[in-house]
Design a protein around this ligand. Sequence first.
Ligand SMILES: Nc1ncnc2c1ncn2[C@@H]1O[C@H](COP(=O)(O)OP(=O)(O)O)[C@@H](O)[C@H]1O
Ligand SMILES: [Mg+2]
Length: 173
Amino acid sequence: MAADSPSPNGQSFQLPSYKDQSPEVKERFQRIYQRPVVMNVKALGKVFESGKGPVEVLQNINFQIHRREFICILGQSGCGKSTLIRMFAGLEEPTSGTVEIAGQEEPTEGAGVGVMTLKPVEGPGPDRGMVFQSYTLFPWLTVKKTSCLACGKRELPKRPPKKKPKNGSIWSG
Ligand SMILES: Nc1ncnc2c1ncn2[C@@H]1O[C@H](COP(=O)(O)OP(=O)(O)O)[C@@H](O)[C@H]1O
Ligand SMILES: [Mg+2]
């Protein structure tokens, strides 16, 4: 699909659709979609109870993520991005539907892609990491070091905050 737009000289020209892909990009996506599925989101929905009654935040979300696929979730503030990611992390329970993630790849005989068995998310686990938007970040660490906190060595960051904690909490590390 393409959109007609007026040019400064009054003539209209065709803007390419954001869905249009170059042959190279199209081919790359086709290759990605041949890889094993590592996350399967099926009919996912979330309803929060509020003082004014139930609020349906997410309804019938369906998609698959393939191995080494990089995806972004875009949407205006309050549309449910964090709720969706919290359900992937196992920090929030879906009201309906399921999130399945791949376990360890089981090697097949000979060369080729191993089998990845999908299992439903039933809570948080070391196979998934979530970097929160605020409060839980460590501003003196790089993005990489913050992301790596949850995996591998589970040590506290070396440098304590410069300001003394006001609430009397103790910093150790
Ligand atoms: N624990 C909760 N209880 C009730 N409503 C919530 C809760 N968490 C989020 N919401 C509501 O769900 C909607 C989506 O929130 P959120 O997922 O944080 O959006 P986003 O991350 O896209 O900004 C908002 O209207 C928010 O107020
Ligand atoms: Mg958010």
